[in-house]
Design a protein around this ligand. Structure first.
Ligand code: NAD
Length: 501
């Protein structure tokens, strides 16, 4: 059984949390919602409301678009000397660092992720992303193109304009930073709609932007549901670009709705990523990677290594090892000392994951770890706690191997030949990430070349760097966040023909 966290009864966080007002952030100010109402945000550890969030609607979206359009037209932002824009982005990074403890606590209360992961890994990475794009502001260059006759061709990179950003609940501030930082670096203005379940850090991010020197209206946040805020944002004719991270199902709707006004669209969607262990791998490292690949952030990771493909020669050893790690994982209160896995994010997730745990064996798979709720044992009857779960002998065609569970449920599948591993890897419509564990350099490189996925890790899992682009093949979406590639998503190229006669 998973180790119960001894501190799990400490339900009151050690640090007092500083919550943003229950308002939108529009035009550089906190603004009451047009509806006059708020929605409660639930703490997954206690199932109690821990914050009130403004319930946005079409009127709020319209106000935010007006504000962002005016800020874009005004030119003080898009024509700001790039070095000055860089200093603002750098200052945002510093303010994120200075507010790290509170931001991490907000994130932990909203999502159930451990305060440790939020504070040590994710919020520091948010700051790094702002620093990385601060560096790009001064390097967004066009080119010179040879033209026939006495002519000269130039290309100019210009901001796209007003960008609508829609983000999910699993890494609220981190995934928002993947979009906000490059969009700002390029001189765009923004309306961010965070998940209605996890809005706190996005509101703080906009406030931090204003403190760092962003002109009013450059960075707006409207909170509320997908239908009340997301849909009007996607449909609004004043929005030039939509950058969406979320489920494949909603991504399809976003793409359809955006087509009406021909918006530029980036979609970062779901996945069912294969993590492939060959017999010659460093098994100790591979086991750690397999467990971190599925249990980090309770498996609520778009790139989670939810399918573990294992060479038959080391299959039993890997099963034993990964089940042992699952059993030893300390599940507990997300703000408790020593907790390695908190509750899943919400009631739907909790019920969905438990459903998968019940159905997992249907295709003949064997449950070898977890498979149950820990609500009573860990939360004393409250909280969306589930046990890290491993199914062995999973049929690659079964539902548990095909559908995104978005929870700490691992499907282990044996293979004999590398070609078979590739074929299983490619047997879902997704293509977000993959990993290969081997000591054979040739095999590592050929697998990295042949795997159809936006990211391939070799002898690693779940590692991210601001400079390395991230995005999907197939039904995992298109376009790239992070790296230099993200700049392309937030700029238009203008061609200029100059007749020198
Ligand atoms: P979701 O698709 O339900 O919601 C994502 C966002 O879209 C939320 O802000 C939601 O309010 C909004 N939304 C919902 N309906 C909408 C509509 N009709 N129009 C406009 N906006 C709408 O996803 P989720 O449950 O919040 O997040 C989990 C999903 O996100 C998983 O599928 C996961 O794989 C995916 N994800 C992908 C990445 C990536 O980078 N590829 C990263 C994280 C999560």
């Amino acid at each position: 059984m998973p180790v119960k966290n001894p501190d799990s009864k400490k339900t009151s966080p050690a640090v007092q949390v500083d919550l943003p007002p229950s308002k939108h952030f529009i035009g550089g100010e906190w603004v009451d919602p047009a509806s006059g109402s708020t929605n409660g945000s639930i703490d997954p550890a206690t199932e109690e409301v821990h914050a009130q969030i403004a319930a946005g609607n079409e009127a709020d979206v319209d106000a935010a678009v007006q504000s962002a359009s005016a800020a874009f037209q005004d030119e003080s932002w898009r024509r700001m000397p790039p070095a000055k824009r860089a200093r603002i982005l750098w200052r945002m990074a510093e303010l994120v660092d200075e507010n790290r403890a509170n931001l991490a606590l907000c994130e932990s209360l909203d999502t159930g992720k451990t305060a440790f992961d939020a504070g040590k890994v994710e919020i520091p990475l948010v700051a790094e992303i702002f620093r990385y794009y601060a560096g790009w502001t001064t390097k967004i260059e066009g080119g010179v193109v040879p033209l026939p006759g006495n002519s000269l061709g130039l290309t100019l990179r210009e901001p796209v304009g007003v960008c609508g950003m829609i983000t999910p609940w699993n890494f609220p501030m981190l995934l928002a930073s993947w979009k906000v930082a490059p969009a700002l670096a390029c001189g765009n203005t923004i309306i961010l709609k965070p998940s209605e379940q996890t809005s706190l850090t996005s509101l703080w991010m906009a406030k931090i932007g204003t403190e760092a020197g962003l002109p009013a209206g450059v960075f707006n946040v409207v909170t509320g549901s997908g239908s009340a805020v997301g849909t009007p944002l996607v449909r609004h004719p004043g929005v030039n670009k939509i950058s969406f991270t979320g489920s494949t199902e909603v991504g399809r709707m976003v793409q359809r709705e955006s087509a009406e006004t021909l918006k530029r669209v980036t979609l970062e969607l779901g996945g069912k990523s294969p993590n492939i262990i060959f017999a010659d791998a460093n098994l100790k490292a591979a086991l750690r990677g397999a467990a971190a690949g599925i249990f980090y952030n309770k498996g609520e990771v778009c790139a989670a290594g939810s399918r573990l493909l294992v060479a038959r020669d080391v299959y039993d050893e890997v099963l034993e090892g990964v089940a042992a790690i699952a059993d030893k994982t300390t599940v507990g209160h997300p703000q408790g000392e020593g907790t390695r896995m908190g509750p899943v994010c919400n009631q739907d997730q909790y019920e969905g994951v438990l459903g998968w745990m019940e159905r997992g064996s249907e295709g003949g798979a064997r449950l070898i770890a977890g498979g149950n709720s820990l609500r009573d044992e860990v939360g004393g009857g409250k909280g969306f706690y589930v046990a890290p779960t491993v199914f062995a002998d999973v049929d690659p065609a079964s539902a548990i191997a095909q559908e995104e569970i978005f929870g700490p449920v691992l499907a282990v599948i044996p293979f004999d030949e590398p070609e078979e591993a590739l074929q299983i890897a490619h047997s879902t419509p997704y293509g977000l990430a993959a990993a290969v564990w081997t000591r054979d350099v040739g095999r590592a490189l050929s697998m990295a070349r042949d795997l159809r996925a936006g990211t391939v890790w070799v002898n690693a899992y779940n590692l991210y760097d601001p400079g390395l682009p991230f995005g999907g093949f197939g039904e995992s979406g298109f376009g790239r966040d992070l790296g230099k590639d993200a700049l392309a998503a937030y700029t238009e190229t203008k061609s200029v023909w100059i007749n020198l006669d």
